[in-house]
Design a protein around this ligand. Structure first.
Ligand SMILES: NC(=O)c1ccc[n+]([C@@H]2O[C@H](COP(=O)([O-])OP(=O)(O)OC[C@H]3O[C@@H](n4cnc5c(N)ncnc54)[C@H](O)[C@@H]3O)[C@@H](O)[C@H]2O)c1
Ligand SMILES: [Zn+2]
Ligand SMILES: [Zn+2]
Length: 391
């Protein structure tokens, strides 16, 4: 079959690879009908996340048709079913899965010993996302083996298009979880850094969850326009001070809830000297992430407020103002998304017409054009916000 394969830094190729096969009774094979490129794929593309190996198949946001099931499926999934595949692989039986903490499932990471050593404890297996999380082949491919498929799937009805439901596998529940973790009250100002696909989903989620005002921060006009269309007040951080504007919008008190939908690749800018420092340290491998947004959030967040972090961080960050966070009594919530915790509710909301996540798609291309679409998405060329690929 054909797939997008990681060969090294900024080197993704459309290769012929072996077809996946059933390896375990709980496996299913899915013929992928749509998949997407995620901001997390860019961190792998730039080789900022350790433990990728040449030959790894990319992709963790995908859906398709079940073409084969293992013998242990218990009737829960059958040939012909149309499913979205959550990027977090979940066993459904361990202590963490029983609590709904699916992204830290204790059983699905087949490289558990590595994760135990690096993270202190294992986290869930993830598709197409480094050997620290199992090194499972991803779904930017014609076919995908889904391990633990009896619990790692979301069945979707025929009346909804691929474009409407595809993002149930990642960015929609990710934006939703980021907002839900803020316990939004109707008096709250929610500030969201980053208007990429995750930020866009967080904006709409915060609006649906009843925030008083949602403020979205980025520098790309087309992303800020999309944020505004979703109900946000916008701040272009190239043109004005984020801190001054957020204080103005909150009578000097700062937003109660702050969401980091940017992650480890915060932009480098001469107007923000700490970003130059981080970039220099990152280049000599003295720091893995660029945490400018985290510093800004801690500074501007209202005392006793919440910092919610869906943005991905890989390892060690420097110059974190923990003293400010401690004295202000801030609460930190973060994590890879517990996808299955949210998908029943979110699928119902899509079906009821409350939200249509396809608004975020700006580019649709063939899987074979994937290597070029990585460059387009990375460079935000042609106003690119979200790419969907068709095998
Ligand atoms: N927690 C999870 O399970 C999960 C799931 C999906 C994605 N993610 C992560 O979420 C983050 C966002 O993903 P995406 O797909 O939206 O990516 P993206 O790269 O398209 O979006 C990031 C946005 O942040 C903006 N940005 C950069 N520096 C900024 C700054 N200083 N202030 C404000 N905005 C700034 C960029 O202009 C860009 O629009 C990534 O780190 C990704 O890895 C996490
Ligand atoms: Zn993702
Ligand atoms: Zn589990």
């Amino acid at each position: 079959m054909k797939a997008l394969v990681w060969h090294g830094k900024e080197d993704i190729r459309y290769d012929t690879v072996s077809d996946p096969e059933i390896e375990d009774p709980r496996d299913a094979i899915v013929k992928v009908t749509s998949c997407a490129i995620c901001g997390s794929d860019l961190h792998l593309f730039h080789n900022f996340i350790p433990a990728m190996l040449p030959g790894d198949i990319m992709g963790h946001e995908m859906m398709g048709e079940v073409v084969e099931v293992g013998s242990g499926m218990d009737g829960r999934l059958k040939k012909g079913d149309r499913i979205v595949v959550p990027f977090t692989i979940t066993c459904g039986e361990c202590e963490q899965c029983k609590r709904g903490n699916y992204s830290v499932c204790e059983r699905t990471n087949r490289k558990k010993e590595l994760a135990d050593k690096v993270f202190g404890h294992t986290t869930a297996g993830l598709f197409g996302y480094t050997h620290l999380t199992g090194g499972y082949p991803g779904g930017q491919a014609e076919y995908l083996r889904v391990p633990f498929a009896d619990t790692t799937h979301v069945k979707v009805p025929e009346n909804l298009s691929d474009e409407q439901v595809l993002f149930l596998g990642d960015i929609f529940p990710t934006g939703w979880q980021a907002a839900a973790q803020c316990d939004i009250q109707k008096t709250d100002t929610v500030a969201i850094w980053g208007c990429g696909p995750v930020g866009q989903m967080a904006i709409r989620s915060a609006v649906l969850l009843g925030a008083k005002q949602v403020v979205a921060i980025d520098l790309l006009p087309e992303r800020l326009s999309m944020a505004e269309a979703g109900g946000a007040i916008t701040i272009n951080f190239k043109e004005e001070s984020v801190i001054e504007r957020l204080n103005d919008l909150t009578e000097g008190k700062g937003p109660e809830k702050c969401i980091d939908a940017t992650g480890m690749e915060s932009h480098v800018s001469f107007a923000q000297p700490d970003t130059i420092y981080d970039r220099a340290k990152q280049l000599i491998a003295m720091e893995s992430d660029r945490p400018h947004v985290l510093r800004e959030m801690i500074y501007v967040c209202r005392p006793a407020g919440t910092i919610s972090i869906p943005g991905v961080y890989a390892g060690l960050i420097d110059k974190m103002p923990m003293g400010l966070a401690m004295n202000k009594g801030l609460t930190f919530r973060m994590g890879q998304t517990h996808v299955r915790r949210w998908t029943d509710d979110l699928l119902r909301r899509i079906d009821d017409g409350e939200i249509d996540p396809s608004f975020v798609i700006t580019h649709t291309a063939k899987l074979g054009d994937g290597p070029e679409m990585y460059n387009v998405f990375r460079d935000k060329r042609d106003s690119c916000i979200k790419v969907v690929l068709k095998p």
